[in-house]
Design a protein around this ligand. Structure first.
Ligand SMILES: Nc1ncnc2c1ncn2[C@@H]1O[C@H](COP(=O)(O)OP(=O)(O)OP(=O)(O)O)[C@@H](O)[C@H]1O
Length: 662
């Protein structure tokens, strides 16, 4: 007999309190609309009430014996008959529930407070604690629970409470393992990453953002384990190891002794146990489905974007490390707010640490907007997330520096990064709805960030939130503050996201394709907001696929291709006189230049993945100007000092009519 673990790992949640959504979105209302779950909840409530009120309600004392009326069937005097000592079955059933349900309560009182926090911490933090939880769960799975309980009962004779507590203790690591898995998924949700980017502490994120999402899994596990505890109590009673008082288990034991002469005696206690367990199961299914509905993305919206998470990168040589001969490290610009130099980031791909961006360098001054442009998979997001120290699990900065306000973020510890995220560097995501936790109102989420960064009172945080909402030109800030994410349009959600990014008054904002999910009119409004930020002196790193957005907003831009910066220049120079064939190709395939009725010119081929970067120029397989020299060795990025631009091409001036040489 081993402790059960339910196979439900569906999205979960469930949280009460003033922030909860109201009907028709209310959790209880939706649960009660499920007939089986509603009937089960009603039945369980009735059983609990009758059990609690057994003393006034039961027609007889549960231990009152009447040997003249032993083993009788149902009658007017004894509705469910009598047992072998003439005790009233109905009264014993009502009182017996107290012992059985107390056993369930004790089990859960140990099981939940140990298993839930342990699982969330293991999943969220990883490391040695995670390994400990997994190891404990493996070990416990191999332990025969009944043997342990027999040992406990031999020490605490007939003490069912001790046995049930031990049962909870044995189940807790298994619960922790399930909660850990759910937490791993939640941890990658954009709104959790947005909270990390906002500088919110881990314990607050676990309590406010992870706990509501794993609550469903926990409820399902709790109901399955509760049903198991009922069975266990019954089993102990049946074996005569449990309490000597009336309990559902001891009633089963009594009935089984008399099964030959009076089979009826098994019916009331058997029905009680089976119906109770069945109702718990149906309720748990209802809870799971209701919570899954609650966190399912609306039908018209794609599922939330998650970051992939390869694990276990080790500081070994990278598969695609760049040789020193192919690096040019200039001194950082002394006036820059942010200076990135020679940044190489590795992720574990197919089990091997692999550079996914390498030798990335750029500068950004206060009040400047720097664009990062390139096709999908070129390394724009990894570059941005390394600035925030939020690489996917297993990712690490292999080399290079990220100087921001005098601190090298590439080497900053967790506490420094937490101080910088949200306060000095804000983050705006490309998926505004998924960046907000569906369990909280927009106002509550922004107020949380405001409080974190300013330490102000709740009231002041609410006022500041409304100011921020007005600043990002949200219509009716009060109404938006009280709305849940699903009640907001994409544009409104993005404004809320920008308000959250501005809550700490950061010097730098990283906007990762902030307009991709929005329609054209809303895009223009969001770009206006970013322009205002810039005018107020905030530096912005803008990741985009869109040359129109780039030309509209950015002062300078870096073009990335297959993990490398291939060109860096003022935007006007980039769009008018590109020096790298990739920049020229990208510009040529810009839909803004499409001619009616003519196919859009495209750069043939696809970006090679980091595992297949060629020696030499990464663009060689798609370049219309490729020569043998391009394939020989990694191409150094050269500074064209007079033109105030850099390019990673061995014939940088060829495209703009300069001398062509190999
Ligand atoms: N979690 C991950 N695990 C493995 N490889 C990853 C992971 N995240 C990114 N990569 C790889 O790193 C490279 C750079 O990815 P990145 O997301 O930075 O590209 P991007 O230019 O931002 O693309 P997009 O425009 O689609 O966001 C890609 O080859 C990608 O496949």
């Amino acid at each position: 007999m081993n402790t059960p673990t339910a196979q439900h790992t569906a999205p979960a949640g469930g949280r009460k309190g003033p922030r909860r959504s109201t009907a028709p979105h209310g959790f209880t209302a939706r649960l009660l609309r499920k007939k089986a779950a509603a009937a089960s909840a009603g039945y369980l409530l009735l059983v609990v009430l009758v059990t609690l009120l057994a003393s006034p309600l039961a027609p007889y004392d549960p231990d009152e014996q009447d040997l003249t009326a032993a083993l009788q069937g149902p009658s007017g005097a004894h509705w469910l008959g009598t047992g072998e000592l003439g005790r009233d079955v109905l009264s014993r059933l009502m009182h017996g529930g107290q012992i059985t349900l107390l056993g369930v309560l004790i089990t859960l009182a140990v099981y939940l407070p140990l298993g839930v926090p342990a699982g969330m911490i293991a999943g969220y933090k990883g490391g040695w604690f995670d390994r400990l939880v997994l190891k404990s769960a493996d070990l416990i799975s191999a332990v025969p629970v009944i043997i342990v309980l027999l040992v406990v009962l031999s020490v605490f004779t007939n003490n069912e409470s001790a046995a049930m507590a031990a049962n909870g203790l044995l189940g807790a690591p298994l619960l922790a393992r399930v909660v850990r898995s759910a937490t791993l998924g939640v941890k990658e949700e954009l709104y959790v990453r947005a909270a990390v980017a906002g500088g919110i502490r881990d314990r607050v994120i676990i309590r406010r953002h992870v706990l509501p999402r794993v609550t469903g899994v926990v409820l399902v596990q709790a109901s399955v384990f509760g049903a198991y505890a009922v069975l266990l109590e019954t089993g102990l009673g049946f074996l005569g190891l449990g309490t000597t008082k009336a309990s559902w288990g001891s009633m089963i034991a009594e009935a089984s002794k008399n099964i030959g002469t009076d089979p009826w005696l098994l019916v009331p206690s058997g029905f009680m146990i089976i119906s109770f367990i069945l109702a718990l199961g149906l309720l748990s299914d209802g809870l799971r489905d209701t919570l899954a509905e609650r966190y399912a993305p609306p039908a018209d919206k794609p599922p939330s974007r998650r970051m992939g998470r390869p694990r276990g990168a080790a500081p070994e040589p990278l598969r695609t490390e760049v040789p020193d001969t192919a690096r040019v490290i200039e001194d950082p610009d002394p006036d820059a707010l942010l200076s990135v130099r020679g940044l190489t980031v590795s992720l574990t791909i197919e089990g091997t640490p692999t550079a996914v961006i390498r030798d990335v360098s750029f500068d950004l001054r206060s009040g400047e907007v720097l664009g990062i442009v390139g096709e999908t998979g070129c390394g724009k997001t990894i570059t941005a997330t390394s600035l925030l120290g939020m690489l996917p699990a297993g990712g690490r900065i292999a080399s290079g520096t990220i100087l921001f306000e005098g601190t090298d973020l590439a080497r900053a510890d967790a506490a420094t990064m937490r101080r910088i995220r949200g306060r000095r560097i804000g983050w705006i995501s490309q998926d505004p709805i998924s960046s907000l936790d569906p369990s909280f109102t927009a106002g509550a989420q922004v107020a949380e960030v405001v409080r974190l960064h300013t330490g102000c009172s709740r009231k002041q945080a609410r006022e500041r939130t409304l100011e921020l909402f007005a600043k990002v030109r949200l219509p009716d800030p009060g109404r938006v503050a009280g709305s849940y994410p699903h009640q907001l349009s994409g544009g409104m959600a993005q404004r809320v996201g920008i308000a959250a990014a501005l809550a700490g008054d950061p010097a730098l904002v990283i906007a990762d394709e902030p307009t991709t999910a929005l329609d054209v009119t809303v895009q223009a409004e969001i770009l206006d907001l970013l322009r205002e930020l810039q005018a107020a002196g905030t530096a912005v790193v803008l990741i985009t696929h869109d040359w129109g957005v780039l030309a509209d907003l950015c002062d300078r831009a870096v073009v990335m291709y297959a993990g490398e910066v291939v060109e860096e220049a003022e935007v006007t120079d980039l769009v008018t006189t590109p020096t790298h064939p990739y920049t020229a190709g990208l510009l040529g395939s810009d839909p803004h230049h499409a001619l009616p009725g003519q196919p859009l010119p495209a750069v043939e081929g696809a970006v090679p993945p980091p595992t297949q970067w060629p020696v030499g120029c990464h663009f060689q397989n798609r370049c219309p100007r490729v020569t043998d020299a391009c394939k020989e060795k990694p191409v150094v990025i050269s500074r064209l000092v007079e033109l105030e631009r850099s390019t990673r091409c061995i014939r940088p001036l060829e495209l703009i009519g300069g001398p062509a040489h190999d």
